[in-house]
Design a protein around this ligand. Structure first.
Ligand code: BTN
Length: 130
């Protein structure tokens, strides 16, 4: 009984892992706002580094490449960008699926009136640029 369960669990892990996709490096990704993420390095643990250039209408700090760093675990990934001159930090979380990474993001900033931390949340879908 225990042996059958162990074999079934192993099989399930194998199937899940077979569906996991790794993040290609180097690669370039563009979201629906026109912003571009480039992946420059991915180490064996899935830690990656690259650049993020914001082009989203309605946001500041546009047109300049900022350091992006994150981690991919199987198909799941997150990455973080500090927009130094804007005093904001955004974290994206998503799942790599073929040539698309649908994400949700949270932008953290300090309220100029009160000094309190605030968040702005949204979603971005990144498509791989050939
Ligand atoms: C800022 O305005 O404080 C800095 C730039 C923030 C850009 C945000 S991050 C989430 C969203 N997706 C983008 O591609 N750009 C905006």
């Amino acid at each position: 009984m225990f042996r059958a369960a162990a074999v079934a669990l192993f099989g399930l892990c194998f199937v899940v892992n077979a569906n996991a996709q790794s993040l290609p490096s180097p690669s370039t990704w563009k979201n629906q706002r026109g912003s571009v993420l480039t992946i420059e390095t991915v180490d064996p643990a899935g830690t990656f580094k690259g650049k993020f250039t914001n082009s989203a209408p309605g946001f500041r700090c546009q047109g300049k490449p900022y350091d992006a760093s994150g981690r991919a675990t199987g198909s799941n990934l997150f990455f973080v960008v500090t927009f130094t001159e804007c005093n904001t930090v955004t974290r994206w979380r998503g799942r790599l699926s073929a040539n698309r990474i649908p994400t949700t993001w949270s932008l953290r900033y300090v309220d100029a009136q009160t000094g309190a931390f605030r968040s702005l949340n949204g979603s971005d879908a990144f498509d791989r640029v050939p």
